[in-house]
Design a protein around this ligand. Structure first.
Ligand SMILES: Cc1cc2nc3c(=O)[nH]c(=O)nc-3n(C[C@H](O)[C@H](O)[C@H](O)COP(=O)(O)OP(=O)(O)OC[C@H]3O[C@@H](n4cnc5c(N)ncnc54)[C@H](O)[C@@H]3O)c2cc1C
Length: 392
């Protein structure tokens, strides 16, 4: 078993790093900061990646991809997350929305939706969570009723990331209210310009693009927006969510944060004048986190390989997500500990430390426990499906 990348993939990594060094502006830190330049920049960046054939590189040629092997695609994932995800919201297209459309879509849907993704021209959002349906997603109440001419959608979504920027929504709605709750759900590919859709941004510590409410009031969509079979949206959505959990390159992000923390420890002293790099507590935490990040990276490789082989990654991606959630908090706490008062500075203040600042790491770490299925839910999956423990 060889855990090293093929030489061509490493050569590609170097090429990609040179591209990133040339393309990322000096103001860029990550996708989630409060800066109006972020979304326009990510669109421009994706189109440049697309022009090089790097955006959807592992997708089949018939869909406009480059048919590259999964390890090249994984290099992209690691490097993008290591640089604060300059693909912006479009990382979701590549991780799971595009693959779900390729797997469940009609030829016409593939033709219509995949090409703009490959070209880096389109932002999608995910309309799953509702005020009373988060972890228990199958309780969702947004309705899509057959009118004889299409579907009429009524209801509300919440916590929808990038909804105000998105052209399309990957939406779950109830199509058979009389069926058992997992069985009466369908997935729709909804144009966000549809009459009857209202988006309200939610102000949060995750920045202005992180959360929105999306209201559907008699929003009428044609039949050809249905993805996969009617009432079988649970299967479509679950396959998408597996891709979503595994698709985030946490190890790349944490690798970069640990590099910055180690450099900070080498160059800074604590209040008593002792170099941080001499302090046993700082050293042992850094070493432990470095080891955990190595484990996280290797687990990601396993998930990627299994996914490519068509095997279920349900349990491994749950372990990956849980470990990533735990690590995000540990790294953020260490950053706040070592940065002292400067840890509270925001990214636009000259006193800020560690790039975008320890405080930002911390505010970004908290949601990792919740987004894409909370850590508790992932632990339930590991307990029941991985260890065979009974459901409680
Ligand atoms: C940064 C971020 C981005 C997001 N983006 C999107 C998006 O784009 N689209 C979208 O649809 N949603 C999005 N969400 C919403 C996210 O999917 C939900 O927040 C998540 O599924 C949890 O649902 P909830 O908030 O309703 O919490 P609840 O389900 O109410 O859970 C509250 C708490 O109870 C715990 N809990 C619940 N059930 C159990 C159980 N059975 N066993 C043990 N503990 C349990 C949970 O772990 C959690 O700690 C996003 C969330 C975050 C944080």
């Amino acid at each position: 078993m060889n855990f090293e990348y093929p030489a061509e993939a490493e050569a590609f990594r170097n090429e990609l790093r040179a591209f990133l060094a040339a393309e990322l502006p000096t103001w860029w830190t990550n996708l989630w900061v409060n800066d109006d330049r972020v979304i326009p920049f990510t669109l421009e960046f994706c189109q440049k990646m697309a022009a090089k054939g790097w955006l959807a590189m592992a997708w089949p040629k018939e869909y406009g991809g480059s048919d590259a092997d999964i390890w090249h695609q994984n290099v992209v994932r690691e490097e993008m997350w290591g640089r604060g995800e300059p693909r912006g919201p479009q990382f979701m297209n590549l991780n799971y929305i595009g693959p779900a459309i390729m797997m469940f879509g009609t030829d016409a849907q593939k033709e219509r939706y995949i090409k703009p993704m490959v070209a880096g021209e389109v932002i999608w959002c995910q309309g799953f969570s509702e005020p009373d349906a988060g972890s228990d997603l199958a309780s969702l109440r947004t309705r899509a009723d057959d009118t004889g001419a299409g579907f009429k959608i009524n209801g509300q979504k919440i916590w929808t990331s990038y909804a105000a920027q998105a052209q399309y929504c990957f939406l779950m709605a109830r199509t058979d209210p009389n069926a058992p709750k997992h069985k009466g759900i369908s997935v729709f590919l909804v144009d966000m310009r549809t009459l009857g859709i209202t988006v309200r941004p939610i102000q949060s510590m995750g920045g202005p693009i992180e959360f929105h409410e999306v209201f559907f009031d008699d929003a009428e969509v044609p039949y050809d927006t249905l993805l996969g079979p009617l009432n079988q949206g649970w299967r479509v959505a679950m396959s998408a969510l597996e891709g979503e959990r595994a698709g985030v390159g946490f190890a790349g992000l944490y690798g970069l944060q640990l590099e910055k923390l180690s450099q900070f420890a080498r160059e800074s002293q604590d209040i008593s004048g002792e170099p941080l790099s001499h302090r046993a507590d700082v050293r042992s935490k850094l070493v432990r986190l470095r080891a955990l990040n190595r484990a996280l990276r290797l687990l990601m490789y396993k998930v990627v390989a299994n996914q490519a082989g068509g095997d279920s990654v349900l349990v491994d991606s749950a372990i990956y997500k849980t470990l990533a959630g735990d690590m995000s908090m540990q790294i953020a706490h260490l950053a706040m500990d070592v940065a002292g008062p400067r840890g509270f500075c925001l990214e636009n203040d000259p006193m800020v430390t560690l790039g975008d600042g320890a405080f930002r790491w911390w505010t970004h770490a908290l949601p990792v426990q919740i987004a894409v299925g909370s850590s508790e839910i992932q632990r339930n999956i590991i307990a029941q499906r991985g260890l065979g423990l009974p459901r409680r």
